[in-house]
Design a protein around this ligand. Structure first.
Ligand code: AMP
Ligand code: MG
Length: 405
């Protein structure tokens, strides 16, 4: 059993998440952007549709438009009185005739059905129809997608390609979004060196900086990179003040335990307020949450895999709230365990796994210092506290793609 499993004061994951979400109201202003630049931005004002989509009844087929009352009980030949390609304005249909019509073209007044061309025989200037045509057949109704006046998306939606298409379909060329949240990141640790520099004895390269930058950019946020911070009280205070001055939120990694080389806790307490939680999850040591002056602060553990997982599960929902984004719990799908776990632990575990053919296989080394596990994985298997797993048992799987956007 790991050292932390029996420690008192571990709080359940859901409680930590609720506390984070409660403190994360929108902190950013709004701006107007061109629709073409709005992918991944967060909607700040709910647009009302000024037109219906489609704006008029139109044909879902290449065929012939007619009124079903003109059909006899046997075969009927009707004169083709007009041709209506998509994009043209139709004339009213003369009664007792039909109109050649194409997919997406507006249905002429007086027609109530479209017969697909495969079911029509042409004889000179006439089209011959069988008897069985339903009123409404092959007609897409005006407003079947969007009704004029409808509020088509909710504030807080992170705009996906389909959303942009919908906004375009009602004629909007620009929209109001929340400004990108500016997030200051700082990597604490005397041992850290930036890639590109030589590695001296006792040093390691800084990976968290790149993990966090990637995660924040994927969320559409702006990164204010404050680089590495030495493990001293002065450097930590200075970096946190600079962060509060220049960003809407602050994320640090490392230095958040209570050892004498860990200065984040004391520095945040001196500049603002701090809650530190030992959360009942693995990987993940203490996560700190509070304010530096008035700026929301999250302190993540230093091990790269812990940084990644705690960011995805806790930091991300919090930042999404500050960004004005609606938070939806990540999708969890039931899959089969391709492994066994005989020894239950008290913490909820997030194994780095690959899902293939409905079965999940964990990476062989699940240590929080082994980042290869997360790079290799395509998702996380959630093992609830106090649970053993036999091969073939159902387990919940969270696709990493749910957490990395
Ligand atoms: P700490 O929470 O500061 O005690 O760090 C826990 C572990 O994570 C230590 O082994 C650190 O060297 C390592 N670590 C902390 N920050 C980073 C970083 N930015 N990149 C890679 N490893 C780190
Ligand atoms: Mg450290």
């Amino acid at each position: 059993m790991g050292c932390c499993d029996t420690q008192p004061g571990l709080i359940p994951f859901d409680e930590a998440l609720q506390r984070l979400l409660k403190g994360s109201d929108t902190v950013v202003d709004t701006e107007v952007v061109a629709l073409a630049d709005a992918a991944g931005r967060v909607l700040a004002e709910m647009p009302k549709a000024s037109v219906s989509v489609p704006p008029a009844d139109n044909s879902s087929m290449d065929g012939y438009a007619l009124h079903t009352s003109d059909l006899l009980s046997s075969e009927t030949a009707l004169v083709v009185s007009q041709r209506i390609p998509a994009g043209s304005a139709p004339k009213p249909l003369q009664s007792g005739t039909c109109a050649r019509i194409f997919t997406g073209a507006e249905i002429p007044e007086g027609a109530n059905a479209v017969v697909m061309q495969e079911n029509v025989r042409l004889e000179e200037d006439k089209a011959v129809f069988g008897a069985a045509v339903r009123a409404g057949e092959n007609i897409r109704r005006m407003g079947q997608d969007i009704q004029a006046g409808a509020e088509i998306l909710t504030v807080g939606t992170r705009l996906q390609p389909a959303d942009l298409g919908m906004l375009a379909s009602v004629g909007l060329s620009e929209i109001k979004v929340f400004k990108r949240l500016k997030v200051a990141i700082l990597s604490t640790g005397d041992e850290l060196v930036e890639p590109g520099l030589p590695l001296e004895s006792g040093q390691i390269y800084n990976s968290n900086r790149y993990i966090l930058t990637g995660l924040l950019h994927a969320l559409g946020m702006e990164v204010v990179d404050l680089g590495c911070v030495k493990d001293t009280r002065e450097s930590t205070l200075e970096a946190l003040k600079a962060a509060a001055d220049s960003a809407d939120a602050i994320i640090s990694t490392g230095g958040v335990s209570v050892g004498e080389e860990d200065h984040v806790k004391g520095a945040v307490e001196e500049l603002g307020s701090l809650d530190m939680w030992k959360i009942r999850i693995k990987p993940g040591k203490p996560v700190a949450y509070g304010k530096v002056i008035d700026t929301p602060f999250i302190g993540l553990p230093g091990n790269p895999t812990s940084t990644l997982i705690t960011f995805c599960l806790l930091g991300r929902p919090c930042l999404m709230g500050l960004q004005g984004m609606n938070y939806e719990a990540p999708l969890q799908v039931p899959v089969k365990a391709g492994f066994e776990r005989k020894r239950a632990i008290q913490r909820q575990e997030y194994l780095r796994v690959r899902l293939e053919n409905g079965v999940v296989t964990p990476f062989s080394n699940q240590s929080s210092g082994v980042l290869t596990s997360a790079s290799w994985a395509n998702g996380l298997a959630v093992i609830p506290p106090e649970t053993t797993i036999a091969k073939g048992d159902p387990v919940s799987f969270i696709p990493l793609s749910e957490l990395l956007i």
